[in-house]
Unconditional design. Structure first.
Length: 227
Protein backbone atom coordinates (compact mmCIF):
# COMPACT_ATOMS: atom_id res chain seq x y z
CA UNK A 1 0.00 0.00 0.00
CA UNK A 2 1.43 3.35 -1.00
CA UNK A 3 1.89 5.83 1.79
CA UNK A 4 3.07 9.38 1.73
CA UNK A 5 3.53 12.68 3.50
CA UNK A 6 2.54 16.25 2.79
CA UNK A 7 5.32 18.72 3.66
CA UNK A 8 4.13 22.20 4.57
CA UNK A 9 5.88 25.17 6.13
CA UNK A 10 5.19 28.08 8.42
CA UNK A 11 6.09 30.42 5.55
CA UNK A 12 7.91 30.54 2.26
CA UNK A 13 11.69 30.11 2.38
CA UNK A 14 11.78 27.90 5.47
CA UNK A 15 13.51 24.98 3.74
CA UNK A 16 10.66 22.69 2.66
CA UNK A 17 12.57 21.35 -0.35
CA UNK A 18 15.70 20.65 1.68
CA UNK A 19 13.67 18.82 4.31
CA UNK A 20 11.69 16.88 1.69
CA UNK A 21 14.94 15.72 0.09
CA UNK A 22 16.22 14.64 3.49
CA UNK A 23 13.01 12.74 4.22
CA UNK A 24 13.27 11.01 0.86
CA UNK A 25 16.81 9.86 1.57
CA UNK A 26 15.92 8.72 5.08
CA UNK A 27 13.06 6.59 3.75
CA UNK A 28 15.21 5.26 0.92
CA UNK A 29 17.78 4.18 3.49
CA UNK A 30 15.02 1.98 4.93
CA UNK A 31 14.72 0.24 1.57
CA UNK A 32 11.60 2.05 0.39
CA UNK A 33 10.88 3.21 -3.15
CA UNK A 34 10.29 6.94 -2.82
CA UNK A 35 9.09 9.59 -5.25
CA UNK A 36 8.04 13.18 -4.63
CA UNK A 37 6.12 15.99 -6.22
CA UNK A 38 5.72 19.74 -5.95
CA UNK A 39 2.26 20.14 -7.48
CA UNK A 40 2.38 23.90 -7.90
CA UNK A 41 5.47 26.07 -8.35
CA UNK A 42 6.05 29.71 -9.27
CA UNK A 43 9.34 31.41 -10.03
CA UNK A 44 10.12 28.74 -12.62
CA UNK A 45 12.85 28.94 -15.27
CA UNK A 46 12.10 28.91 -18.99
CA UNK A 47 13.92 26.07 -20.78
CA UNK A 48 13.62 24.41 -24.20
CA UNK A 49 11.54 21.74 -22.44
CA UNK A 50 9.22 24.28 -20.87
CA UNK A 51 9.02 25.93 -17.47
CA UNK A 52 11.06 24.12 -14.81
CA UNK A 53 11.05 24.59 -11.03
CA UNK A 54 14.47 24.09 -9.48
CA UNK A 55 12.79 22.64 -6.38
CA UNK A 56 10.79 20.15 -8.43
CA UNK A 57 13.84 19.22 -10.49
CA UNK A 58 15.72 18.37 -7.28
CA UNK A 59 12.83 16.18 -6.12
CA UNK A 60 12.72 14.46 -9.50
CA UNK A 61 16.46 13.78 -9.33
CA UNK A 62 16.21 12.29 -5.84
CA UNK A 63 13.41 9.88 -6.75
CA UNK A 64 14.09 6.15 -6.52
CA UNK A 65 12.81 5.64 -10.07
CA UNK A 66 12.68 7.66 -13.27
CA UNK A 67 9.58 9.85 -13.24
CA UNK A 68 8.21 12.34 -15.74
CA UNK A 69 8.65 15.99 -14.84
CA UNK A 70 5.00 16.86 -15.43
CA UNK A 71 4.01 14.33 -12.78
CA UNK A 72 6.41 15.88 -10.30
CA UNK A 73 5.26 19.42 -11.10
CA UNK A 74 1.90 19.58 -12.92
CA UNK A 75 1.62 23.38 -12.60
CA UNK A 76 4.68 25.57 -13.27
CA UNK A 77 4.58 29.36 -13.53
CA UNK A 78 7.33 31.84 -14.36
CA UNK A 79 6.59 34.91 -12.18
CA UNK A 80 7.87 34.55 -8.58
CA UNK A 81 4.49 35.50 -7.13
CA UNK A 82 1.62 33.77 -5.37
CA UNK A 83 0.54 30.83 -7.53
CA UNK A 84 -3.09 31.91 -7.94
CA UNK A 85 -1.91 35.27 -9.29
CA UNK A 86 0.62 33.60 -11.58
CA UNK A 87 -2.07 31.23 -12.86
CA UNK A 88 -4.54 34.06 -13.47
CA UNK A 89 -1.90 36.01 -15.41
CA UNK A 90 -1.65 33.23 -18.02
CA UNK A 91 -5.29 32.14 -17.96
CA UNK A 92 -4.70 28.81 -16.23
CA UNK A 93 -7.01 27.21 -13.66
CA UNK A 94 -5.22 25.00 -11.15
CA UNK A 95 -7.30 21.82 -10.97
CA UNK A 96 -6.85 19.64 -7.90
CA UNK A 97 -8.06 16.60 -9.85
CA UNK A 98 -5.05 16.99 -12.17
CA UNK A 99 -2.78 16.99 -9.12
CA UNK A 100 -4.52 13.91 -7.73
CA UNK A 101 -4.05 12.08 -11.04
CA UNK A 102 -0.32 12.87 -11.05
CA UNK A 103 -0.09 11.64 -7.46
CA UNK A 104 -1.85 8.38 -8.34
CA UNK A 105 0.60 7.78 -11.21
CA UNK A 106 3.54 8.18 -8.82
CA UNK A 107 1.81 6.12 -6.13
CA UNK A 108 1.38 3.22 -8.53
CA UNK A 109 5.16 2.83 -8.63
CA UNK A 110 6.21 3.90 -5.14
CA UNK A 111 6.07 2.87 -1.51
CA UNK A 112 6.08 6.52 -0.47
CA UNK A 113 5.10 9.70 -2.33
CA UNK A 114 6.12 12.94 -0.64
CA UNK A 115 4.24 16.07 -1.63
CA UNK A 116 5.83 19.47 -1.04
CA UNK A 117 3.48 22.41 -0.74
CA UNK A 118 4.16 25.92 -1.96
CA UNK A 119 4.65 28.71 0.57
CA UNK A 120 2.63 28.13 3.73
CA UNK A 121 -0.42 26.04 4.55
CA UNK A 122 -3.07 28.46 3.26
CA UNK A 123 -1.39 29.84 0.15
CA UNK A 124 -4.18 30.33 -2.42
CA UNK A 125 -4.14 28.35 -5.66
CA UNK A 126 -7.37 29.94 -6.93
CA UNK A 127 -9.98 32.42 -5.75
CA UNK A 128 -11.59 29.73 -3.59
CA UNK A 129 -8.97 27.04 -2.88
CA UNK A 130 -5.64 26.89 -1.08
CA UNK A 131 -2.80 24.39 -0.74
CA UNK A 132 -4.70 23.03 2.26
CA UNK A 133 -7.35 21.78 -0.18
CA UNK A 134 -4.63 19.87 -2.06
CA UNK A 135 -3.44 18.24 1.17
CA UNK A 136 -7.02 17.39 2.11
CA UNK A 137 -7.75 15.87 -1.30
CA UNK A 138 -4.69 13.62 -1.00
CA UNK A 139 -5.44 12.79 2.63
CA UNK A 140 -1.80 12.52 3.66
CA UNK A 141 -0.27 13.00 7.12
CA UNK A 142 1.42 16.40 7.37
CA UNK A 143 5.00 17.31 8.26
CA UNK A 144 5.41 20.95 9.28
CA UNK A 145 8.73 22.72 8.66
CA UNK A 146 9.18 25.57 11.13
CA UNK A 147 11.62 28.30 10.16
CA UNK A 148 13.03 29.25 13.55
CA UNK A 149 12.83 33.03 13.54
CA UNK A 150 11.00 35.87 15.26
CA UNK A 151 7.27 35.15 15.19
CA UNK A 152 7.59 31.48 14.37
CA UNK A 153 5.82 30.27 17.51
CA UNK A 154 2.65 32.05 16.46
CA UNK A 155 3.04 30.90 12.85
CA UNK A 156 3.66 27.30 13.89
CA UNK A 157 0.72 27.13 16.29
CA UNK A 158 -1.63 28.67 13.74
CA UNK A 159 -0.44 26.23 11.07
CA UNK A 160 -0.78 23.23 13.37
CA UNK A 161 -4.29 24.31 14.38
CA UNK A 162 -5.29 24.74 10.73
CA UNK A 163 -3.94 21.30 9.80
CA UNK A 164 -5.87 19.66 12.60
CA UNK A 165 -9.02 21.70 11.87
CA UNK A 166 -8.89 20.35 8.31
CA UNK A 167 -9.09 16.84 9.75
CA UNK A 168 -5.53 15.86 8.85
CA UNK A 169 -2.90 14.43 11.17
CA UNK A 170 0.16 16.49 12.03
CA UNK A 171 2.63 13.60 11.97
CA UNK A 172 5.62 15.62 13.10
CA UNK A 173 7.49 18.90 12.82
CA UNK A 174 11.02 19.94 11.98
CA UNK A 175 12.81 22.99 13.37
CA UNK A 176 14.99 24.62 10.71
CA UNK A 177 17.20 27.39 12.11
CA UNK A 178 17.11 29.67 9.08
CA UNK A 179 17.77 32.97 10.88
CA UNK A 180 21.19 33.51 12.53
CA UNK A 181 19.81 36.66 14.20
CA UNK A 182 17.01 34.83 15.99
CA UNK A 183 17.19 35.49 19.73
CA UNK A 184 17.27 32.45 22.06
CA UNK A 185 16.58 29.85 19.36
CA UNK A 186 17.01 26.94 21.81
CA UNK A 187 14.26 28.40 24.00
CA UNK A 188 12.04 28.89 20.95
CA UNK A 189 12.39 25.24 19.94
CA UNK A 190 11.74 24.09 23.51
CA UNK A 191 8.62 26.25 23.69
CA UNK A 192 7.31 24.81 20.44
CA UNK A 193 7.95 21.31 21.74
CA UNK A 194 5.72 22.09 24.71
CA UNK A 195 2.91 23.48 22.61
CA UNK A 196 2.83 21.17 19.60
CA UNK A 197 1.07 17.82 19.97
CA UNK A 198 3.37 16.12 17.48
CA UNK A 199 6.94 14.79 17.68
CA UNK A 200 9.98 16.91 16.85
CA UNK A 201 11.62 14.93 14.05
CA UNK A 202 14.76 17.05 13.64
CA UNK A 203 16.37 20.30 14.77
CA UNK A 204 18.48 21.54 11.85
CA UNK A 205 21.37 23.92 12.51
CA UNK A 206 21.77 27.16 10.55
CA UNK A 207 23.74 26.81 7.32
CA UNK A 208 25.50 30.05 6.38
CA UNK A 209 25.91 29.04 2.74
CA UNK A 210 22.34 27.77 2.36
CA UNK A 211 23.64 24.30 1.51
CA UNK A 212 21.92 21.06 2.45
CA UNK A 213 23.23 20.15 5.91
CA UNK A 214 25.72 17.30 5.95
CA UNK A 215 24.13 14.09 7.16
CA UNK A 216 20.62 15.55 7.02
CA UNK A 217 18.86 12.18 6.47
CA UNK A 218 20.54 10.80 9.57
CA UNK A 219 19.34 13.79 11.60
CA UNK A 220 15.68 13.10 10.85
CA UNK A 221 13.89 10.71 13.17
CA UNK A 222 11.59 8.85 10.79
CA UNK A 223 10.58 6.14 13.27
CA UNK A 224 7.36 8.01 14.25
CA UNK A 225 6.43 8.11 10.54
CA UNK A 226 6.70 4.37 9.92
CA UNK A 227 3.84 3.16 12.06
Amino acid sequence: MTRGLFVTGTDTGVGKTTITLGLMQALQARGQTVTAMKPVASGCISTPSGLISDDARQLQGRSSIDVRYDRVNPYAFEPPIAPHLAAEAVGVRIDIEVIEQAWRCLAAESDQVLVEGVGGWLVPISQRQTMADVALALGLPVIMVVGVTLGCINHALLTAAAVQSAGLRLAGWIANRVDPECQQPDAVVRALGGWLAAPLLADIAYQSDGAVPAGLPQQIDIVPLLG
